[in-house]
Design a protein around this ligand. Structure first.
Ligand code: TYC
Length: 103
């Protein structure tokens, strides 16, 4: 942070609180066509989930319509969406992912 002192000089002041970047959720959206195995594969390979965790998340998305694949800084979240969407299209699946800021 900078401000002017009484003589017009610029002062640099230290910030007392550490700045943390805003975090974004990557949400997986359900659809009727993407195979369950592919969603589990994506969660393991791109979101570093165990097979068990990946199966639980995939089933939650299948039943509830959406679910959190992971939480990242904005750049990392957008990169995950781009990478996974590209892989899904390459394999012919309509899988969709979106990001949303953590409250
Ligand atoms: N609903 C899909 C099916 O029955 C499976 C699925 C799960 C698709 C999660 C997308 O994000 C998703 N094959």
């Amino acid at each position: 942070m900078t401000r002017r002192d009484g003589e017009g000089r610029t002062q640099t002041l230290e910030r007392l609180k550490t700045q943390r970047p805003r975090l974004y959720r990557v949400l997986l959206l359900n659809d009727d066509y993407t195979p369950m195995d592919f969603v589990v594969y994506v969660l393991e390979r791109y979101f570093r989930k165990s097979e068990h965790e990946a199966q639980l998340i995939m089933l939650a998305v299948h039943h509830k319509g959406q679910g959190v694949a992971g939480v990242y800084t904005r750049d990392a979240a957008e990169t995950k969406v781009a990478q996974v969407t590209a892989k899904a299209r390459q394999e012919g699946h309509p899988l969709r992912l979106v990001t949303e800021p953590e409250p």
